[in-house]
Write a protein that binds this ligand. Structure first.
Ligand code: PEP
Ligand code: MN
Length: 346
């Protein structure tokens, strides 16, 4: 349930609503943003009696929440959430491009790629230091050494760093270096990791589980927000289907579906969806056309020698092409929207 306060509600009026919520053993959570204060009720085991609040001074409305998730839902917060990362804002009506290799392999490799992607238009750099791999015999990342390299890349280029955390043991370490902490598809329902992410001071980019429904994914984001971290970015990276022409199937319909249900920004990772480089640019174009808030793309200076995900990594010249194309598509969409507004007002 959501208690919507009058625009002019006083601190005392808000406080007395909170006291009623707490007297029932529930948790009161102020919802950030908006021109008026709203207070969400969490941890209630059954329906909440709205009449407890309707007559209280300063209360404008009492809205029952129909979804299993609360804090992530548009019912709780109608305005889009914008996640600031340094000088960049994700979800602010522009689109954000995150690019870099699957894994950090060496300082030279990371710096070379970072310089290329920055020049082409990337605003954040990605690279795994802790890699979840299907085989125990594969390269699992450089660990802390990889994080140190990422910090050097940030110093040298100014690009904020996105990197994956795999477990609670290494969370503090990753949090100390990262600007955005990625939780991968395999860990989307690692609930202890999600709880730790809820206590993090950094934004969390949570990928959709490869077999997760939208509801399960939003519930995973709910864990993070329930813990007190409102800085959450969703990332669709393809789901497992029966096809063989791509590694996964990019669920583009997740973008409008999520935007309807949730105020959180959603970006697309076309690289892990495709699993092959020839599909990455077309899928990126589509991602911008469905109005995702950004892209996360794997790029490598020598993909044939990459220690992970070489087949889906773009060459730097292809990434430049991608950036040019998505910029023009973004422009077309924006123009289309302003023309629609002019037509509607004319
Ligand atoms: C990655 O981003 O390199 C990665 C492992 O992604 P996912 O969790 O989507 O497989
Ligand atoms: Mn990868």
């Amino acid at each position: 349930m959501l208690i919507v306060m009058n625009q002019k509600a006083t601190a005392e009026e808000i406080d007395s609503v909170v006291k009623v919520i707490e007297s029932k053993g529930y948790t009161a959570r102020a919802i950030p943003g908006g021109e008026r204060v709203s207070i969400g009720i969490l941890h209630n085991q059954g329906p909440v009696d709205g009449s407890l609040f309707l007559g209280l001074p300063g209360v404008k409305d009492v809205i029952p929440i129909t979804k299993p998730y609360k804090l992530v839902s548009r019912e709780f917060k109608s305005e889009d959430t914008v996640v600031p990362v340094g000088e960049i804002s994700i979800g602010n009506g522009q689109f954000t491009i995150i690019a870099g290799p699957c894994a950090v392999e060496s300082e030279h490799q990371a710096l070379t790629i970072a310089r290329h992607v920055k020049q082409a238009g990337a605003q954040l750099f990605r690279g795994g230091a802790f890699k979840p791999r299907t085989s125990p015999y594969s390269f699992h990342g450089l660990g802390e050494e990889g994080l140190k390299i990422l910090a050097k890349v940030r110093d040298a280029t100014g690009l904020p760093i996105v990197t994956e955390v795999m477990d609670c043991e290494t969370f503090d370490l990753v949090e100390a270096y990262a600007d955005v902490i990625q939780i991968g598809t395999r860990n989307m329902q690692n609930f202890s990791l999600l709880r730790r992410a809820g206590r993090a001071q950094k934004p969390i980019l949570i990928k959709r589980g490869m077999a997760a429904t939208i509801d399960e994914w939003l519930m995973a984001a709910e864990y993070i927000m329930e813990g007190g971290n409102n800085q959450v970015i969703l990332c669709e990276r393809g789901v497992r289907t029966f096809v063989h022409h791509s590694r996964n199937t990019l669920d583009l319909s997740a973008v409008p579906a999520v935007c309807k249900e949730s105020h959180l920004p959603i970006i697309i990772d076309p690289s892990h969806a495709a699993g092959r480089r020839d599909q990455v640019i077309p899928l990126s174009r589509a991602a911008i056309a469905v109005e995702a808030h950004g892209l996360m793309v794997e790029v490598h200076n020598a993909p044939e020698k990459a220690l992970s995900d070489g087949a889906q990594s773009l060459y730097p010249y292809q990434f430049e092409r991608l950036c040019r194309q998505v910029r023009s598509i973004f422009g077309v969409i924006q123009n289309g929207k302003s023309n629609l507004k002019i037509a509607a007002s004319g």
